[in-house]
Ligand binder design. Sequence first.
Ligand code: NAD
Length: 267
Amino acid sequence: MDKATGWQPLAALLATAARVVAFTGAGISTESGIPDFRSPGGVWTRYDPRDFTFAKYVASAEVRARAWRMRREFWQADPQPNAAHRALADLEAAGRLRGVVTQNIDGLHQAAGSTTVVELHGTSRQVMCIGHAPRVGTPDGCGFRSGYRWAFDHIDDGETDPRCPQCGGIVKSATVSFGQNLFPGVLDAAAALLGDADLVLAVGSSLQVYPAAGLPASAAATGTPLAIINDEATPLDALASLVVRGRAGAVLPPAVAAVACRTAPQQ
Ligand code: NAD
């Protein structure tokens, strides 16, 4: 494993790849002002994610009201894609990146222009009906979905716990909470994308949240080169071909710019 701090070794590795797949985590969005779990002063210092398990959300209207307050705080800042999101979109536009598998729920890859994005943990840009009494971490709704503003509009009209307009079920952000199963097919879609990659770029993830972190781990274990761009050590560093210790917004843009206008290697 090579350990580096600058972008040049990453550019050299990118130059060898034609089917890059990025695997991203909360760290790629911190430079958009969205805190990861450890950012000082971030939303997670005011809200404990363990309070928002799927079971607690289903059981308590008070938890749901608090969860909507947390979501509103998240969107009030109007987060925008940063240079790292845009660099991955540029790499896709250059025909060198097949897609992004993200743990993030902020939709910033799509906002930056990425078109193939697998959202392992869903999206907070939408809300969905999860049914009246879903059990064992699995939503059981009627199919109602809407943009997140639907919930805020109802809350502004005085409802603290807006219910599904179609069936009266519980409405939740279309994200995967603690204690909630991943949405059907998502892990398979991510594994298929990563299985066809000739380079996996893990960006801004502590690589500690499973089953998500199992995806880059399996890719590396089956011989796909893995590059990790993160500002601290991760448990997968020893499996990686390259570890770049730095900020995603500083490392990715120059590395992508160095290869984006060059012809990709033969596939
Ligand atoms: P994590 O918080 O466990 O790890 C983030 C990693 O990124 C850390 O190792 C941190 O040191 C590093 N980092 C922070 N800023 C960085 C930067 N600018 N450049 C490079 N590295 C940086 O995040 P995770 O691995 O994604 O797992 C946490 C879970 O929390 C995920 O399930 C995710 O869905 C969720 N989450 C999502 C968001 C979001 O959608 N933006 C925000 C917070 C948490």
